[in-house]
Write a protein that binds this ligand. Sequence first.
Ligand SMILES: [Fe+2]
Length: 540
Amino acid sequence: MTFRIDRRSLILTGTLGLGAYALPGFAAQGLNWATDGFTHNVASGEPSATSMLLWTRYVAKGDSAKLRVEVSASADFAKVVAGGEAITGPWRDWTSKITVTGLQPGTRYFYRFVAPDGSFSPVGRTKTLPAGNAARFGIAVFSCSNLPYGYFNAYGHAAARDDIDLAVHLGDYIYEYQKGGYAPASGAVGGRWPLPDGEIIHLADYRLRYASYRADPDLAALHAAKPMIVQWDDHESTNDSWEGGAQNHQANEGDWAVRKAAAFQAWREWMPVSDEPWKAYAIGSLATLFRTETRIIGRTKPREAAALIMAPDSAAAIAAFRDGPWQDKAMTMMGWEQEAWLADEMARSVKAGTRWQMVGFGTIMGKTVTPRQATEWIAPDAPERTQRYIKAGVAMAAAGLPMNFDNWGGYPAARARFLSSAQALNANLIVLAGDSHNAWAYDLAQDGKPAGVEFAGQSVSSPGYEGSLKIDPKIVARALVQDNPELKWCDTSNRGYMAVTVTPDSVRNDWMFVDTVLTPSKAARIGHSATVMRGRNVMA
Ligand SMILES: [Fe+2]
């Protein structure tokens, strides 16, 4: 989602209005691409111990082109050890995906595509997953990359690291908004406006938006250096999407089913992903990593609760909501088919003796209420709508209700089912989450007992709370931790990514903070670390 508090900040800073564009003639830096030949570098994904999906885009003069891919253990391609062929054309926006097989586990490879005219794509590097016992595995976890809000320094930093074996993107890889719709009031950082100018609604719009994002040099470098497992959140379709609609889908934008299909198609064309909606990946005996879909296949409509504080007897209305609709067992994030699949696959992973079960979710699972203290954070000149938002959050918190109903906070029965199933299996559960733009560490509990830990990552570039709360982030973090027993640590003012180190007996997460997103930079530091020991399901 675009955090509600961020939407509020848009109103505060007035960027929802038109006219907040970059200066005329201020061209985007480095977001150009060739109109023919290999236009968007290469990418790899869907890793296994013996196979890899390889991606590129090649625009030919004619109506189609047959591409070949070559895989080698050496950069000079002296010996080609795997390969394949595929035909591409305008029906798939000239993108191409070939899955190569027969690779060795835990092995680095080089790959390149060859066009009909003999020209080569840039050379990509990738690495298969380990098989059997592995001592260590490094994962870089990303979410919420917004071109106008800044440079993707997080991608560039992770791309250059030798200790990262795999990239995982938890969603909001692109944003759907029109020019100026969700962007700094002063215009896009570095003139980084993506195409097209309008909100993306139709297939051609989604394709062009991916083309813009994939022209970013840091993102291109990351894809060319690491395999990436990708799942989407809402902005790959539109804000706060669910099975039957979205906050940012209006009737005059056509049929939701058509838009959903367009979003799906462009995503499948442009991302190094298979057609499976959800999938389990075996990282040897170290971990099973689960890619999930929690947006537009099975998610039931989120409940609207904020308006309840306007009711004549708001306390009673909120209590009735809490005791009724909020706990509705029919509310689901994943849909019943995926819930059953995930429970089965987690059981399979545990029974096989796999050390860790790691599940990627688009949105946060840890219980989070608005701190009581938040009313003190309202600026005296804040718009009435802002005051209402914070007061609603505090009123919800007083009744034990969360600050956000678009994440797992709005689906407590589904959360309980998931955590209970992990407990029943004795799983060693690690939830990885994105969406919030801020950094969080939770000990997840169910029925008063530990169920797993959650590492939730800050955005690559999208603004966090610091964009709307003009007070010391340490005060915000302290109040949030104080009022939320599951929350052990948070940071609301840094951008970057998470670097997760998996070993047989422990998993450590480093929240990597980049120095800035306002200029290109390779500087980042570990902002915070947390470790969980196997068998504990709470942080050390
Ligand atoms: Fe999101």
